[in-house]
Write a protein that binds this ligand. Structure first.
Ligand SMILES: [Zn+2]
Length: 306
């Protein structure tokens, strides 16, 4: 008798597990072309400013500087080749110091059909600047981009993802259409002043996975690419199911290394093969958000209409 009861309970458990459907909330956003989610590939080309924004004295530390230079010199050309091979667009946020140091690299980004975004001058942490200095740095960086490559960016990524309370208004006053620097959502939203925000997330950043330098001490332990593939692909699959915007933030001195280029080839190739994603540059995302205000599905209880 006890065996019969046990068998019945086991069968009941198996059946209820089989019959349970997956959690499927309404999509957070209606994306164009019937796609289930958006994908924005961001390359933050910090290069030498990775070290110099921490301490200008590091300019004499040849090995540390050379590791930073690997990004513009080796990582960017290789990653541009991968993007061309896969025919996907990307957004490159480049500090204007790097634009001055590497004008041909910057031109190659634009010639590849990618977007150039603003990323400070020397990768300044905005929370260390006064509002006046923050405006000066932004104006200086815009002047350099226009002078060196004749390009006026419409998108901004705050170095270190650090924003000040006045940053959104400053960007709007300088003609920017979007910021890609906050983390309070997993789909874009529009600031009260009309600036689009395309939120990111530390989990979808390569610094936490791959950065390491002995002295000064950066990062912890370079992770295995298979682990990182699983981490990012699992998040992509769930973000696709929930209709989100998958914003991946990569640094060419880290993700331009050969095994990580293979990781990106695998991840992007898989997403392309699945056919559910709209790969978009930040400016295309911002255009879509501004022209389709009804596309966003609000779930924040406190933001819902009464
Ligand atoms: Zn950066």
């Amino acid at each position: 008798m006890e065996i019969l009861i046990c068998c019945f309970l086991l069968l009941f458990t198996l059946l209820t597990n089989f019959m349970r459907t997956a959690f499927a909330p309404p999509a957070r956003y209606q994306w164009p072309h019937g796609k289930k989610c958006a994908v924005m590939l961001c390359f933050d080309v910090d290069g030498e400013t990775t070290a110099l924004s921490e301490d200008l004295e590091l300019a004499s530390r040849v090995t540390t500087m050379s590791q930073c230079e690997y990004g513009p010199n080796v990582g960017v050309p290789r990653l541009l080749g991968l993007l061309d091979h896969l025919s996907v667009p990307a957004t490159f946020f480049v500090p204007s110091y790097i634009v001055e140091q590497h004008p041909k690299m910057t031109e190659a980004i634009l010639e590849g059909g990618h977007e150039l975004g603003s990323h400070g001058h020397l990768h300044e942490k905005l929370n260390t600047l006064t509002p006046e200095r923050e405006a000066e740095v932004l104006d200086q960086s815009l002047e350099i981009l226009e002078r060196v490559v004749g390009y006026r960016p419409t998108g901004f990524r705050a170095p270190w993802f650090e924003n000040n309370p006045g940053t959104a208004d400053l960007l709007k006053s300088r003609g920017f259409r979007y910021n890609a620097s906050q983390m309070g959502d997993d789909v874009p939203f529009v600031h009260p002043n009309g600036l689009v925000e395309i939120p990111g997330n530390w989990m979808l950043e390569d610094w936490e996975q791959f950065a390491f330098n002995a002295d000064p001490a950066w990062g912890v332990l370079p992770e295995d690419c298979d682990k990182v593939y699983t981490l990012w692909h699992r998040e992509y699959e769930a973000m696709r199911d929930f209709g989100c915007c998958f914003v991946l933030t990569l640094h060419p001195w880290l993700s331009g290394r050969p095994s990580r280029v293979r990781l990106l080839e695998r991840l992007i190739g898989e997403i392309l093969d699945e056919g559910d994603a709209w790969f978009a540059r930040g400016e295309s995302l911002a255009d879509y958000v501004l022209t389709n205000p009804e596309a966003r599905h609000e779930i924040n209880f406190d933001a819902l209409p009464a």
